[in-house]
Write a protein that binds this ligand. Structure first.
Ligand code: GCW
Length: 865
């Protein structure tokens, strides 16, 4: 028995109930084998200096070490034995003149063992207060991950000054594109009384080096700037301050009229400038470390400088001048475009907008204006090229805008780790292969840091750091929808994206895999099987998602005028939003070449422009973004476009099935709460990937008339369509778009007492049984039903009158109707069936939800499904 316990102990060591609230800062007691590595970590703390950030740093260190190593460190005034000594470099050096920590940038830190007198101390020296805080978090992270720190001597300086997140929270407590509960800041039109979550969130952000947070939706409510509202905002800033997080606000450019009483918001009108100046003064009186303003203007119905024939530079500068005396900055979003484009015009192209508008203004922005550029020219698609604007402004500071919120990437229901995609963007060389004269890097560097210049490359990450064009600032912004959900982002793995974002903004040279591994260790513990499996799933997930939802750079195939979630291939077309894929019977893709298309390709530097100009040199994954080609076009991979569509969707759906299988291997190695949560989400995703696969394949099969060479598309031998069953009270509905239900039809129940659909199990339904396989007489029944969000229907499944399963359709998927957003799979395992058995599904509707049913699929039970 004892032996058995010993054998099990590494498995059960970290299996403790968890909600995910602690994220990557769990500070769980290390397993003894790992813990003993830190036997010589000092247990008293000498902290020099006294600010709110230093106090938070000290407290974090105590809490962290107590949790990880099991004994609470003591505070002392001087190193008494071995000590951890922390403080700003300058303060440490004046207190301990023999200490040498070298040069550190303001927000950087050094971790180092050093003798102070006779004592061997572990020094955490920050350039400034934030540096100390980041150094503390870094040390705790190393220990939690079991990293060797016995010879620690490391300096870390952030890659860029701007490392911010934007939240799209509304004052009523809702969050635009929020999938993880309501706002942690606002409720019912005011700031929450209890800001515990806001404070905890700031701590989470600080732990990955994020130093700013814009708290309200860029579709801004002018109310936020009213004099009676600002003191409420100041309460949030008070919470952020301990963690070194600057608070900033999205502003509506019409505020001088809507709340200021002026009759104009023309940015060049002196009265408007005076209004913004006094508003800025008022804010800084309440919030001395206020970060600045974020602006969305002339975009998606927001007003802007165009109302007065003025430019974004006029608008940005009037704000910038109000903020400059206080050290604030303006984030002006380059997401400015016309959403009433003429879709009939082959030359119109939304992708061109940002460059067309902002490139000519280069040099006209004040130094404290940062142009915030979405990573691609369209809108956070699962695949799009890098925005050409990154290399289109040499005299303007830039920040990249990434989206942690998975708006177009499965909405935190699908597991999609985005760091591999972000890395491709950051590592993209805007200068392509062309040799430009070598550029001397004179840009701001951390003192002592070596001058690095990668030949003539203009990597996006280097441009963002301001190094290529010697800009004073720049960096990173990401949209996050952290909400009141206990675990912050709903899907446990969505947190890997927030973690990765912070790590990349700090050090853009880190690899996506390394970051995934770090996150896994900190989130799930150091069990190597868990680390390997979770990292592998994460690393594959983005390409897998791309495989089953969008191909070869088509942009999103989600419901573009609705949820942005499930498939709706035609919704991209014939409207002014400009996310067209231009699919017809012969071919697909947008011609964005200079020669015959919209000219977008010409916005890149010459080498990159040349690459995208021709289909022959455009990488497969972006082919349809730049070119319109026939379905018979042969890709670099050797496949035709049509066959690629079929193959990639079947591959993608299979890969998610594989994720389920791999995750199941972690049972007992992870606490049950998070294990079950991830498993349920992966199982849902595996079902939804099939919905996607079938929608896209059947759509293009019908449109192109070209069959799948492997015979899969449109051919489902084990499927029993609901509309083909014997129906009692259920009625048949045509689903629109038709590819969102198998064979375009489903059944719905409008009778409150319930309806039923019955059929007899026979050889026809079970291809495998027909072929004499398998020996088992047990089957898996997949029930494809629709889980609307306007009621909770109930389902029951009976075999010969005996109930084999029942469930409630109580998920919160983003639609009120039968379709691709709501189509959901329930798998019933191990059902014994014999030919002629009667299978009956009963559905009981609830409110607007109609207990919709699409089909059943029955396959012999194997271990590999
Ligand atoms: O992708 C679109 C979103 C909008 C968002 C907009 C933006 C805040 O669908 O919800 O509005 O981008 O980035 O401004």
């Amino acid at each position: 028995m004892l032996l058995l316990l010993c054998l099990l102990s590494p498995l059960v060591a970290n299996v403790r109930a968890e909600t995910g609230h602690e994220a990557w800062r769990r500070y769980f007691r290390l397993a003894p084998k790992i813990g003993q590595k830190y036997a010589n970590v000092p247990i008293d703390i000498v902290s020099v200096g006294d600010t709110v950030i230093l106090a938070a740093s000290r407290k974090e260190l105590i809490v962290g070490l107590a949790g990880l190593l099991g004994s609470a460190p003591r505070k002392s005034a001087n190193p008494i034995d071995r000590s951890i000594v922390l403080g700003k470099a300058a303060d440490l050096q004046s207190k301990f003149p023999k200490l040498s920590v070298g040069a550190i940038s303001d927000e950087g830190y050094r971790l180092k063992w050093q003798r102070i007198g006779e004592k061997a101390c572990l020094v955490i020296a920050g350039g400034g207060d934030r540096g100390v805080l980041y150094g503390v978090f870094a040390l705790l992270s190393k220990i939690a991950r079991g990293e060797d720190i016995s010879a620690l001597n490391e300096v870390q300086n952030p890659a860029a000054e701007i490392r911010w997140v934007d939240q799209w929270d509304n004052l009523d407590g809702s969050i635009e594109r929020g999938y993880a509960g309501s706002s942690i800041y606002f409720y019912g039109g005011r700031v929450r009384d209890d800001l515990t979550r806001a404070s905890e969130y700031a701590r989470l952000l600080a732990s990955i080096g994020i130093n700013g947070c814009n708290i309200n939706n860029v579709n801004a409510n002018p109310r936020v700037l009213q004099s009676d509202f600002l003191p409420q905002i100041a309460r949030i800033a008070d919470e952020f301050r301990h963690w070194g997080v600057h608070l900033s606000l999205s502003v509506d450019l019409s505020s001088p009229t809507t709340i200021g009483g002026l009759d104009t918001f023309d940015p060049v009108d002196p009265r408007v400038a005076a209004w913004w100046n006094s508003k800025a003064d008022e804010i800084y009186t309440l919030i001395p470390d206020f970060g600045g303003f974020t602006v969305k203007a002339d975009s998606e119905g927001r007003v802007g400088p165009s109302s007065y024939g003025r430019t974004p530079a006029d608008a940005a500068n009037v704000l910038a001048r109000a903020l400059a005396p206080h050290g604030g900055v303006v984030f002006y979003r380059a997401f400015v475009y016309d959403h009433h484009l003429d879709w009939r015009d082959p030359k119109s192209d939304r992708a061109r907008a940002a460059y067309d508008i902002f490139h000519p203004l280069d040099g006209k922005f004040d130094d404290n204006v940062i142009i915030q550029i979405k990573h691609g020219p369209i809108d956070f698609q699962a695949r799009e090229p890098v925005s050409p604007l990154f290399s289109g402004m040499e005299k303007t500071s830039e920040a990249i805008e990434l989206q942690i919120t998975q708006e177009y990437t499965g909405q935190q229901r699908h597991l999609v780790y985005l760091a591999p995609m972000w890395k491709e963007v950051l590592d993209f060389d805007m200068n392509g292969a062309e040799q430009k004269p070598r550029i001397a890097a004179k840009a701001p560097r951390a003192p002592g840091e070596e001058e690095k210049q990668e030949d003539s490359s203009w990597f996006v990450r280097t441009l963002l750091a301001g190094r290529i064009f010697h800009r004073p600032t720049g960096g990173y912004v990401a949209v996050v929808n952290a909400g009141m959900d206990e675990n912050w982002l709903a899907h446990p793995f969505a947190m890997a994206n927030l973690y990765a974002y912070g790590r990349l903004a700090w050090d853009s040279n880190l690899g996506a895999r390394q970051i995934a591994e770090e996150w896994t260790r900190l989130t799930f513990g150091n069990d190597s099987v868990v680390v390997r499996t979770a990292t592998e799933i994460a690393m594959n997930s983005w390409r897998t998602y791309e495989k089953y939802t969008g191909f070869l750079g088509t942009q999103t195939l989600t419901d573009i005028t609705g949820s942005h979630y499930g498939p709706n291939i035609e919704s991209s077309e014939e409207n002014g939003w400009g996310q067209w894929h231009r699919a017809d019977h012969e071919g697909i893709g947008m011609d964005r070449s200079v020669k015959t298309g919209t000219g977008f390709a010409g916005q890149y530097q010459p080498a990159v422009a040349n690459m995208y100009e021709s289909a022959a040199t455009t990488p497969d994954e972006l082919l349809l973004f730049f070119h319109h080609v026939p379905y018979t076009h042969v890709l670099h991979s050797g496949k035709t476009v049509s066959q690629y569509v079929y193959d990639s969707h079947y591959e993608g759906a299979n890969e998610v099935k594989g994720f389920v299988r791999e995750w199941k291997g972690l049972k007992e190695r992870i606490d049950h709460e998070r294990y079950d949560d991830v498993l349920a989400r992966l199982e849902y995703q595996a079902g939804h990937a099939i919905v996607w696969r079938d929608a896209v394949c059947s759509y293009f099969l019908r449109l192109s008339g070209i069959a799948d060479a492997k015979g899969r598309a449109g051919n489902f031998p084990n499927r029993i369509e609901a509309e083909g069953m014997t129906l009692t009270d259920y009625d048949v509905v045509e689903v629109a778009p038709r590819e969102n239900a198998s064979d375009g039809k489903a059944i719905r129940c409008l009778v409150p007492a319930g309806c039923s659909a019955t059929f007899r199990f026979g050889a026809r339904e079970t291809g495998q049984a027909q072929a004499g396989l398998p020996h088992s007489k047990r089957y898996e029944i997949d029930v494809q039903y629709f889980d609307q969000n306007n009621g909770v229907s109930r389902f029951r499944v009976f075999v010969n009158g005996r109930k084999v399963d029942e469930w409630a359709a109580d998920d919160h998927l983003p639609a009120k109707k039968i379709g691709g957003d709501t189509s959901t799979r329930r798998r019933i395992h191990g059902v014994a069936l014999r030919p002629d058995d009667e299978i009956r599904v009963e559905g009981i509707p609830d409110e607007g939800e109609v207990a919709g049913l699409d089909y059943l699929e029955i396959l012999a039970e194997t271990t590999d499904r």
